[in-house]
Write a protein that binds this ligand. Structure first.
Ligand code: NAD
Length: 281
């Protein structure tokens, strides 16, 4: 079994990025800048944003964290988004999800300058991505594609199953696999024949947010499993959506949790920030 080591690959890619950022800085005295807006006190968001800011620091990307209380008005956040849209030192803007219910994700994302939309959530980026044009692509599925590429996992002609269809992970993941030549099936909470779909798939991506959701289903011997889930158990232990121990000897390749998809997501965020920076030079 091949362990798809996202931690190792992200370190390799980020060290190459750091070199590029430094070389660019030597020549131009300019650096990319990422702004992260965090609203409320969600402890997981605090951890994720902390990791993103630290990664920026390590690579030499300027970063700012903008904090708002849970009760902040939409108007206030929009004013901040517009300020960041105009700020020449910032070329990537990210609003950490989830946001409080009284705020509209759609309204906030649409107000963002699409060129600075490093999460790839603006409708313009979504449209371009759908059409197969160059766009900023959501970080988690982009990171997964880079991981599959690094480990030379064949996608063309394969049968891929994506479990989960969120706009952040499942949907863009299915589109990327489709664009890479796989025949893709998307399963979700209304799917009736998941067992059968699991048995047929060459590549299975699980992104639903339920600890060890994939544990009893039969899979094809030699299938590739990508576990996107990050679930914290009451004991404090972090587990994925896949029972790693159960499948490690059946799968030909599998991602661990932690150390699989998570680090690749952060890596893609920084790479998208770099891409936005170069696009605006
Ligand atoms: P979400 O809640 O927005 O979407 C979950 C999806 O799972 C939905 O489409 C739903 O239909 C589907 N689903 C729910 N129950 C199902 C079932 N029984 N059978 C089939 N499908 C079912 O979640 P999300 O934002 O896509 O995140 C999913 C998981 O991935 C979470 O654990 C999240 O923490 C994790 N995540 C990890 C990273 C990373 O970098 N590793 C990034 C984003 C999200």
């Amino acid at each position: 079994m091949l362990l798809l080591d996202g931690k190792k690959l992200s370190e390799k890619r980020l060290s190459a990025l750091k070199k590029e950022v430094e070389e660019h800085y030597e020549k131009t005295k300019t650096r990319p800048g990422l702004a992260v807006i965090r609203i409320g006190d969600n402890p997981a968001s605090k951890v994720y944003v902390g990791k993103k800011v630290k990664a920026c620091h390590d690579v030499g990307i300027h970063s700012v964290e903008v904090l708002f209380p849970e009760s902040v008005s939409e108007e206030k956040v929009l004013t901040e988004v517009e300020k960041l849209n105009r700020d020449p030192a910032i070329n990537g803007i990210l609003i950490q999800l989830p946001i409080p219910k009284h705020l509209s994700e759609k309204v906030l994302m649409e107000r963002m300058n699409p060129k600075k939309d490093v999460d790839g959530f603006h409708p313009l980026n979504r449209g371009k991505f759908l059409a197969g044009d160059d766009a900023l692509i959501p970080c988690t599925p982009l990171g997964i594609m880079n991981l599959l590429k690094e480990y030379k996992i064949e996608i063309k002609g394969k049968s891929a199953l994506v479990i989960g269809r969120s706009l952040i992970v499942g949907r863009p993941m299915s589109l990327l696999l489709d664009q890479a030549g796989a025949t893709v099936t998307v399963a979700h909470s209304q799917t009736k024949n998941l067992e059968e779909l699991c048995e047929r798939a060459d590549i299975i991506v699980v992104a639903i947010g339920k600890p060890h959701f994939l544990s009893s289903q039969k899979i094809k011997a030699g299938a590739v499993i990508i576990d996107v889930g990050i679930n914290r158990l009451e004991s404090g232990k972090l587990v994925g959506d896949v029972d790693f121990e159960k499948y490690k000897s059946i799968a030909s390749a599998i991602t661990p949790v932690p150390g699989g998809v998570g680090p690749m997501t952060i890596c893609s965020l920084l790479e998208n920030t770099w891409k936005s920076f170069l696009n605006t030079q």
